[in-house]
Design a protein around this ligand. Structure first.
Ligand SMILES: *[C@@H]1O[C@H](CO)[C@@H](O)[C@H](O)[C@H]1NC(C)=O
Length: 267
């Protein structure tokens, strides 16, 4: 099934896209060992759902934070969720959920159909991305009403449920979605946002109940970002593997209480 003979040597220890699938359930899950930027190794779970045309990626950081990323190809939506652990002994909640929704460009990640057929030769190998794509800075100035978010993507409600009031998107993305006819009533453009005079950074705010400008950074350290093509004997090029990328995302957003920006404490 691995088409060993025609896969070039450089790809032999990497990833292959199998051309045959026995059943959907065996075809959709991939567990990959990934080195995070603090040197820690984590197990990343990649799931492809061909029917709903989504890819989900999930891993835990050393500090216990659970990061989930979902790409909804049908609706051009990508969702980032972070479950950040709090310190109840310091009066914080058990955990803080954050949800960020932005426009998905289909070229950012490989298609679901290819992801569903992706296999690795050596599951014990710790992976590092071939291409580092830096850190993208995002101003999340629009609040998304979870009750109505189903009009944008049916996955938002499930993924973002625990984040409640901390579900945000960007003003630029909002324009994209309104252009393709998404119902605008689920969005609220915030007048108070990072950069507004008088709104302090959370890191320099003392009062836990004061509003402030919060910022959260996460990194997808390993995801399949491009398809590689190989050429057989004189035949047309065919998909035979992937290129992996890493990318950081820094989300800047308004929070009604400093208390909801737990991690900005000591910076
Ligand atoms: C969100 O939408 C629901 C249903 O339309 C509405 O009842 C609720 O008040 C809205 N929430 C906010 C914060 O606007």
């Amino acid at each position: 099934m691995y088409a060993r003979e025609i896969v070039p040597a450089s790809l032999k220890t990497q990833f292959v896209i199998v051309t045959l699938c026995l059943s959907l359930s065996v075809c959709s899950d991939l567990k990959v060992l990934v080195r995070l930027n603090d040197g820690q190794i984590t197990e990343e779970l990649l799931q492809a759902d061909s029917q709903r045309d989504t890819i989900t990626l999930e891993f835990k950081q050393r500090d216990g934070t659970l990061i989930t990323f979902l790409a909804d190809f049908q609706r051009h939506v990508k969702i980032f969720r972070a479950f950040v652990l709090g310190e109840p002994e310091r009066g914080q909640t058990q955990y803080q959920a954050l949800c960020f929704i932005t426009w998905l460009d289909h070229r950012e990640i490989i298609p679901t159909e290819a992801m569903a057929r992706l296999r690795q030769k050596n599951a014990h190998l710790v992976r590092a991305a071939e291409e580092r794509r830096g850190v993208e800075e995002l101003s999340m100035n629009v609040a998304v009403n979870l009750t109505r978010a189903g009009h944008l993507s049916s996955h938002i409600h499930n993924v973002c449920r625990e984040a409640q009031d901390l579900v945000y998107t960007r003003q630029d993305d909002l324009k994209h979605w309104l252009d393709i006819g998404v119902d605008g009533s689920m969005f609220e453009v915030l007048t108070q946002k990072p950069g507004t005079p008088g709104l302090q950074d959370c890191s320099s705010t003392e009062d836990p109940w004061k509003p402030c400008a919060c910022s959260y950074q996460l990194s997808l350290e390993w995801y399949p970002c491009l398809l590689k093509y190989c050429r057989g004997q004189g035949s047309r090029p065919y998909k035979c593997g992937i290129k992996s990328c890493s990318k950081g995302f820094r989300f800047n957003f308004y929070t009604p209480h400093k208390q909801l920006c737990l991690w900005d404490e000591d910076s």
